[in-house]
Design a protein around this ligand. Structure first.
Ligand code: NAP
Length: 485
């Protein structure tokens, strides 16, 4: 007969994944858990990013927890503030919020005597299981540009938007044309005195109008939840079978996506010189594909200048490009992306042999099925290395990973095991298979992107999203070193 034992769980991070994990624990009647959150609010990326034009580029109907549909989304792809409110609301209504220690930054976690000792400035506490839910794109990346710190006006990263600075009557400089830079351009183009966009590489843009939901539609979705679920399944199927498939399999799908991007550019930008500037020299989807409705329209508005000469340096009055031109600016926004290899770090994680996660990841972050690391028992990472991120809903991925962690947590609770970590062999085999499959993906077709790791391979999942789900739905205990009582 299985015995149920009491166990406690530490979750690091109260963003979308951390809240999801907490809900799963509660659903399993595990109430002894703490969520450590360094900030003073939930929401992770949706709390930190507040730049003008921020929205999700995954349809909101699908970018929701499957267990908490939201009939009230205002748009097909809702604004960031609304998404932030949704996560806060779920945390409140599911009773997760009282478990959160706000302002508690976890600096260390060490496995000793069969437990994880989680360290903050207040000291250490012991837990049976450690879940990291620290997000992927959390640490802003600042560009190395000569003289950047000499600029006389305000300068900030897109993920640290300074709302105390009025944009009115400003000549704004924007460095970066990734998903963030595109959304900022789409919002500010034509609305501010001047917007100078410094583009190092052009982007392919997949045409995606962002329609508003009518009151009647919202009422119908609220009245008949089945419609919401149908919408969720529809967009899941669509995204996984178009974007999810085209990235990892050559064929008609991929060609169609590329054609639509090309047509979008051709039909939206009539001026051939401008079109040339905006035409990438790499395949659509090699970098993360941009899904946007009116980027091209905004970039052609009066007052918007697209600069394609390389940045040489910054001086107090503005940015000087390699052709010697000084672009005078009042404000400089750095939409230059994130350190995608930080994962749980700088938190120092060390196992009972004194090995740190930094040691294990010396040649780049890797994991078993994106979630566990050999030699680190009872540690589960949500959005760990090689998760199927990219143009997918990270919410569903977090749910699948949390379910997988719950499978092991239940085994510990039932007394079947006391600790488990994947074997070196299983992890190595998995990573070898992945590396070989990664070479066939669109991400390896000759562009530079934040996807690419130290070894030149993309840190993404090389198969269809459904495969990741299957892998997590079928835990294989023979792939684990298991300790029993
Ligand atoms: P990003 O995709 O990494 O783009 C950074 C941009 O900055 C690129 O255009 C890059 O040029 C440019 N850049 C970097 N250093 C530079 C330098 N020294 N000089 C000139 N240009 C420089 O970052 P992001 O736009 O913040 O997006 C990151 C990811 O966040 C996205 O891919 C996506 O996964 C996520 N995101 C999602 C949404 C959403 O709606 N769901 C919205 C925003 C962001 P190169 O291309 O030449 O490197």
């Amino acid at each position: 007969m299985t015995q149920t034992r009491k166990l406690n769980v530490a979750i690091v991070g109260a963003g979308m994944s951390g809240i999801c994990m907490a809900v799963k624990l509660q659903d399993a009647d595990i109430d002894d858990f703490v969520i450590y959150e360094s900030a003073d609010d939930v929401g992770g990326t949706w709390r930190d990013n507040t730049y003008p034009g921020l929205s999700c580029d995954v349809p909101s109907r699908f970018y929701s927890y499957s267990f908490r549909p939201n009939p009230h989304w205002s748009r097909f792809m809702s604004p960031g503030s609304e998404i932030h409110r949704y996560f806060r609301q779920v945390a409140d209504e599911r009773g997760v919020t009282p478990h959160i220690r706000f302002g508690a930054e976890v600096t260390s976690a060490r496995f000793e005597d069969g437990r994880w000792w989680v360290g903050t400035s207040e000291g250490e506490e012991a837990f049976d299981v450690l879940i990291t839910a620290t997000g992927v794109l959390r640490v802003p990346r600042y560009p190395e540009i000569d003289g950047l710190d000499t600029f006389a006006g305000p300068t900030f990263h897109s993920a640290r938007w300074d709302h105390s600075i009025s944009l009115h009557n400003k000549q704004i400089g924007l460095i970066g044309t990734g998903s963030t830079g595109v959304q900022i351009t789409a919002e500010l183009g034509g609305k501010v005195r001047g917007l100078t966009i410094f583009q190092r590489s052009p982007q392919w843009v997949y045409p995606t109008p962002n329609l508003r939901y009518r009151a009647l539609t919202k009422a119908a979705l609220a009245r008949w939840p089945v419609l919401n679920n149908l919408g969720y399944r529809f967009w899941q199927t669509y995204i996984e079978n178009t974007l999810g498939r085209a990235a990892v399999e050559a064929g008609l799908n991929r060609r169609l996506m590329a054609l639509l991007c090309r047509l979008n550019l051709r039909l939206s930008v009539r001026d051939p010189a401008m079109r040339r500037k905006l035409t990438p020299n790499y395949h659509a989807m090699c970098k993360r594909l941009i899904l946007a409705g009116h980027y091209y329209r905004s970039i052609q508005k009066p007052g918007v200048h697209l600069v394609t000469e390389a940045i040489d340096h910054v001086e107090p009055r503005g940015v000087v490009t390699s052709d010697g031109v000084l672009h005078e600016l009042d404000l400089l926004v750095l939409a230059t992306g994130f350190d995608a290899r930080a994962y749980v770090r700088p938190m120092g994680i060390v196992n009972d042999n004194g090995v740190t996660l930094d040691d294990v990841w010396e040649d780049g972050p890797h994991a078993y099925r994106s979630i566990a690391v050999p030699g680190f028992p009872n540690l589960f990472m949500l959005m760990g290395p090689h998760s199927p991120i990219g143009n997918q809903s990270l919410v569903l991925i977090a749910e699948n990973q949390a379910d997988y962690a719950m499978w092991w947590i239940n085994k510990i609770r039932n007394g079947d095991i006391i600790a488990a970590s994947p074997t070196d062999t299983a992890t190595k085999d998995y990573n070898e298979q992945m590396k070989s499959a990664l070479r066939q993906t669109i991400w390896m077709t000759g562009c530079k992107s934040w996807y690419l790791g130290k070894d030149g391979l993309p840190e993404l999942f090389p198969w269809r999203p459904a495969r990741h789900r299957e892998l997590l739905a079928t835990p294989d205990i023979s792939h684990f070193d298991v300790r029993t009582a």
